[in-house]
Design a protein. Structure first.
Length: 177
């Protein structure tokens, strides 16, 4: 090998190194978001809430509707939230998957119909005394779950300005302020 061949090879090697340094590097993949523990309470559509007008579907509640409470008094609805979760969100956050409580699970007419709730919803399994509440997620293994085939889930929740205990589908639930 001659000296000129070595020089040309060296130039070629340095040029190739310089070009590879200029070549755009593949973008780093964004980190997968951490799964969060779902804590918001709520109900699936068609859950009937005890109001002074009778039992109304939760999605029909409006601001200033009066709801019957455990104490016998009424509480006025101050806000109604509608939380839409798409299929992608539910796939990534399994803790937000709804829980279906089958009709008559806690006794005759309790709940009156299958009740779909958020895992964060506080419910009472007692018939007459609404003293012991648990989050619905604690009941996840108690019922045979039906696979949810949908394009997402909509939870409805309502606020009465202060914590209240109200009847939904024949069972006592606790609302948040």
């Amino acid at each position: 090998m001659t000296d000129s061949t070595i020089i040309q090879f060296d130039r070629f090697h340095r040029l190739r190194s310089a070009l590879s340094a200029l070549k755009p590097q593949p973008a780093a993949q964004p980190a997968e978001p951490k799964a969060v523990d779902w804590y918001l309470p709520g109900f699936g559509g068609q859950a009937r809430v005890g109001t002074i007008f009778g039992d109304l579907p939760v999605e029909a509640l409006r601001v200033r509707d009066d709801i019957r409470t455990y104490t016998g008094a009424t509480a006025s609805v101050q806000k109604v939230d509608r939380i839409n979760l798409d299929e992608d969100f539910l796939r990534k956050h399994e803790s937000a998957l709804p829980i279906t409580i089958p009709a008559n699970s806690f006794g005759p007419g309790r709940p009156m119909r299958d009740l779909v709730v958020s895992p964060g919803q506080e419910i009472c399994m007692d018939l007459h005394v609404a003293s012991t509440f648990c989050k619905a997620k604690e009941l996840r293994g108690r019922f045979l779950s039906k696979p949810v085939q949908s394009s997402g889930m909509t939870y409805y929740r309502f606020h009465c300005g202060a914590p209240a205990i109200v009847r939904v589908e024949g069972i006592w639930i606790r609302t948040q302020p």
